[in-house]
Design a protein around this ligand. Structure first.
Ligand code: PLP
Length: 384
């Protein structure tokens, strides 16, 4: 446990000293080859123990209140390595039904090759998860808030259920970021981040992280060395630099997302807004219990009178991009991007309609953001 508060952790935890030049920031060590004589620990990038990698791991572990962290070259490397290190042939796992598209793809395409079976909980209630438990179930994997519908799962309830059935729990905490939600404090065992998103925050690095107790991290680490989803030294260095501003970025993103949600909820061309900070959100009370801020992500259902592709094209500030969580506001069309590989039926079952747009609030002026979206809606009516 770090003795510092979160803003101080972001700045100083895991920072490397510059003993030669006494510079103020962590030096970047690009070396991939380190002497092995006279040292207990052999340093090598794939072992996730080079100086810059170790520094970031320390910072991220402290941010989530975990004993240890490992970093990877992408969020999916963190997801894959965490899952596969905790599952063996013949095991069964329970997933929440609203998942990042890449994770769902991994499950659908690969799990049967490894003789791992799975169930998707029908909803977010405890009974939905309970109903899926089998004799060979080993763990529960959730996202909260989820992608793209911002559904909320009660972490404490899931963790209690898991513990009483001798199961481990994993959460993809990417959407919340460690500023808004710390799942370990609710009993979740392993916390995963696509650090490409909020932790990086500037849309310029690809990275992933997992945070857990030593017992769980040791398991992930053994597989990580063999799978090799290694992060580059430069990305590790940039990640450490980026996390310094995480609390102030996320606070602004929370604020803009909440204001946008309230504005769009009243907009005549918007039929529904999904944002856990809205009183109208079906799990607002659970979100209030477990989140200290409601995040920068929201999704909107635009009127069927609006052409979604034209709407995205007519946005001037909000950029239509594949990713999210940068300081710049972005929009995404799940049907054509993150959830493209799903069948129409799978999208329908998940509630991902053809008029669903996901927004990632940046840190621009809220007035400019409101005007940009309002103008794009007004100029994107279907010709009829
Ligand atoms: C982007 C994302 C991932 C995958 O991360 P990559 O860095 O793209 O590999 C996993 N989960 C969530 C919720 C994401 O948004």
């Amino acid at each position: 446990m770090s003795k510092y508060k979160i803003q101080t952790i972001c700045l100083h935890e895991g920072a490397l000293e510059d003993p030669i030049n006494k510079g103020a920031i962590s030096p970047l060590y690009m070396s991939t080859a380190y002497q092995f004589n006279d040292v207990k620990e052999k340093r090598y990038p794939r072992y996730i123990n080079t100086p810059n990698q170790e520094g970031v791991c320390k910072k991220i572990a402290a941010l989530e209140g975990g004993e240890h962290a490992l970093i990877f070259g992408s969020g999916m490397a963190a997801v894959t390595t965490s899952l596969m290190s905790h599952l063996n042939s013949g095991d069964h796992i329970i997933f929440f039904n609203d998942l990042y598209g890449g994770t769902r793809n991994l499950i659908k395409k690969e799990f049967s090759n490894y003789n791992i079976s799975y169930s998707f909980a029908a909803g977010s209630s405890l009974d939905d998860f309970k109903a899926c438990i089998k004799e060979n179930t080993k763990g529960i994997y959730i996202e909260s808030p989820s992608n793209p519908l911002l559904k909320i799962v009660d972490m404490e309830a899931i963790s209690d259920l898991a513990k009483s059935n001798n199961l481990w729990t994993m959460i993809d905490n990417t959407f919340a970021s460690p500023i808004n939600q710390n799942p370990i404090s609710f009993g979740i065992d392993l916390v995963i981040h696509s650090a490409t998103k909020y932790l990086g925050g500037h849309s310029d690095i690809s990275a992933g992280a997992v945070i857990a107790s030593k017992k769980h991290i040791d398991k992930v680490y053994e597989l990580a060395k063999n799978l090799g989803g290694t992060i580059s030294e430069f990305s590790a260095w940039l990640l450490e630099r980026s996390i310094k501003t995480l609390p102030i970025r996320v606070r602004e993103q929370n604020k803009n997302a909440l204001e946008l949600s309230c504005f769009l909820e009243r907009h005549p061309q918007i039929s529904k807004v999904y944002y856990p900070g809205l009183v109208s959100h079906e799990d607002h009370e659970i979100a209030k219990k477990q989140m200290s801020g409601f995040g920068g992500m929201l999704s909107i259902e635009i009127s069927s009178k609006i052409d979604p592709s034209l709407f995205l094209k007519n946005l001037k500030i909000v950029k239509p991009v594949m990713s999210l969580a940068g300081v710049e506001s972005t929009a995404n069309y799940p049907k054509l991007t993150s959830h493209f590989s799903l069948t129409q039926k799978e999208r329908d079952d998940q509630g991902i309609s053809d008029h669903l747009i996901r927004l990632s609030a940046g840190i621009e002026s809220i007035e400019d953001l409101k005007n940009d979206i309002d103008n794009a809606l007004k100029t994107s009516l279907h010709e009829s």
